[in-house]
Every structure is written in C-alpha cells, then in structure tokens.
Design a protein around this ligand. Structure first.
Ligand code: C2E
Ligand code: MG
Ligand code: MG
Ligand code: MG
Length: 273
C-alpha cells in the first residue's frame, strides 16, 4: 500500500515539478539576458561603528530591475542562480560593478564588501579572473572585503587554497551568516578569515530570550578569542543595539541605522559629511 501511495504521489507531483523546472529555466535565461543588459545593479548598506555611530564601510548587495517583473530581490533568484552554472558570471559581474563604482566615485573613500558564492571558490579560474579585474581598475585591494556566503560547504582543497590566495593578494576575508546554514566552528580555525559576520537570526530575539543572548555571547567570545573582527548584522532596535554594545561589539549593520541604499543616496550622504 505504501508503495502505491508513494507512486501516486510521485505522479501527482510530476507536472508541477516539470512546471517548476521550466520556470527555473525561463528565469535563468532571463537572468543571463539581464546581466547582458545591465538590469542588475548594486545597492550599498552602511556598516556602522557603534561608539561614534559613523559609517565605516559598505556592503554591496545586488538588485535586479526586471523590465516586466519590476524589482526582484536576491532571495528570489540567487538560490536558483547558485544551483546553475551562472553563479560565477554573477560573482564576476558584481565584482566588476563594485570596482567601477569605487573608481567612478572616489568620494566613497571607505571599504566595500562584496558577496561571493562559496561555489566560486571551487572554480579554478576564480583567482585569475579577480586578478584580471583588479588590474583593470585602480582600487586599493585592502579596501575590498570578500564575504563568503555559506550555502555550500567549503570542503575542497582548492577552495581553501583559493581563500589563502585571496588573502595573500591582500583582500580582506569575511565569513558571512556565521552560525546559520552550513557554517561550522571548524571553519574558524581552518580558514584564513579576518572578519566574522554573525547571522541576524542570533540577534532577532536577544532582547526577549535569555538563551538567544547566551548563544550570541558564546559566539562573540569564540570570535574574540580567535582575534577575528566581528560584524553583527540585522540590528533593528535600540534595545538590540544596547545589548550588543554591552557585549563589546564594535561594528554593526542593520535597519536600525540604515537599509541598503541606492548610489545616489550614498553620494548625497558623502556630500553632506
Ligand atoms: P547577506 O549577505 O547576509 O546580506 C544581508 C541581508 O540582510 C541583505 O538582504 C540586507 O538587506 C538584509 N538586512 C540588513 N540589515 C537587516 C536588518 O536589520 N533586518 C533585516 N530583516 N534584514 C537586514 P538582501 O540584500 O535581500 O540579500 C540577501 C542575501 O542575498 C545576502 O545575504 C546574500 O547572501 C545574497 N546576496 C545579495 N547580494 C549578493 C551578491 O551580489 N552576490 C551574491 N553571491 N549573493 C548576494
Ligand atoms: Mg553579506
Ligand atoms: Mg549571506
Ligand atoms: Mg549575512
């Protein structure tokens, strides 16, 4: 009986599965076209030093302005792109957009972090492609922070070699969304990381849950003992900010201070500084 039910269920889901597959393929074709026509652009979210509450850097985040579908957020396409071969093209596109932005706007004289899919670390042309891009733009490499988004295990020797090569070239390396998904404590010892970004899920309930606060404290202690710089993301309220400050955190990112902003808004911030 169980077998029959199973088969029945399989049949029933098949058309849906085919449809999903087709819509994924349509989306990828659209995405490729969007990259070619510059429908994808970067917004910047400030990182803030808590003691003087000034902006000390930015994170570049991708947006897709689709001609028919409007503005598409990364959650709606990054996971699909990461399961296709296109993540590498996306990462190089983002990297290039960020370098162009910094070259064209020298008044943005702060470090900028770029999100790179962990998949790209497994790509054997990754380092040479980044070197080629860096050679085309006059941007100090130490201003570029690479955030490794943890949705694939960083497991191959090549990925680790690539991280070391990036570090030797002078990029700042950051482990994103620490504590969520695939990221593990073992990475902290094994990978040449400069910065650990604590996932926002650890922040959202610290002001009403003692256990959430205990976990955050523990994570911060480990990062501090390992001499990693810490960024806490997802700070939305003054209560969260005060708690995080009391734990010795120096840099935060979150809607409490700023949402991701368009380039024009960033430029006017810098003009008025
Ligand atoms: P992420 O790298 O962890 O980026 C932080 C996300 O949290 C951003 O969402 C940001 O808008 C959001 N955020 C920041 N502060 C707050 C807050 O206080 N509250 C809440 N609720 N959210 C906050 P976004 O821009 O939608 O990006 C989502 C994810 O998509 C990113 O997470 C990253 O994993 C991926 N992503 C974004 N841009 C790129 C990119 O250029 N390349 C790659 N490979 N992935 C990207
Ligand atoms: Mg990030
Ligand atoms: Mg992420
Ligand atoms: Mg993150």
């Amino acid at each position: 009986v169980a077998k029959e039910e199973h088969r029945g269920a399989g049949k029933c889901f098949e058309p849906q599965f085919e449809q999903d597959k087709r819509s994924r393929l349509d989306m990828l074709a659209d995405f490729r076209n969007g990259l070619a026509h510059h429908e994808l652009f970067l917004v910047l979210q400030p990182k803030v030093a808590v003691h003087h509450q000034r902006i000390i850097g930015y994170e570049a985040l991708i947006r897709w302005q689709h001609p028919q579908k409007g503005l598409i957020p990364p959650v709606a396409f990054i996971p699909i792109v990461e399961h296709s071969g296109l993540y590498f093209e996306l990462d190089l596109y983002v990297f290039k957009q960020a370098l162009m932005l910094l070259t064209n706007h020298p008044e943005i004289d702060l470090p900028v972090s770029i999100n790179i899919s962990a998949n790209s670390l497994h790509h054997h042309d990754f380092i040479s492609e980044l070197k080629t891009l860096m050679a085309q733009y006059d941007v100090d490499i130490a201003r570029i922070e690479i955030e490794i988004t943890e949705n694939a295990l960083i497991r191959s020797d090549m990925a680790i070699l690539h991280l070391r090569a990036l570090k030797e070239l002078g990029f700042v390396l950051c482990l994103d969304d620490f504590g969520a998904g695939y990221s593990s404590l073992a990475y902290l010892a094994k990978l040449p990381l400069d910065v650990i970004k604590i996932d926002r899920s650890f922040v959202s309930s610290i002001d009403h849950s003692d256990s959430a606060l205990a976990i955050l404290k523990g994570m911060l202690q480990i990062c501090q003992q390992l001499n990693k710089r810490i960024v806490v993301e997802g700070v939305e309220t003054v209560e969260q900010l005060d708690l995080i400050k009391s734990l010795g955190v120096e840099v935060v990112q979150g809607f409490y201070f700023y949402k991701p902003m368009h380039l024009e808004q960033i430029l006017s911030l810098h003009k008025n500084r």
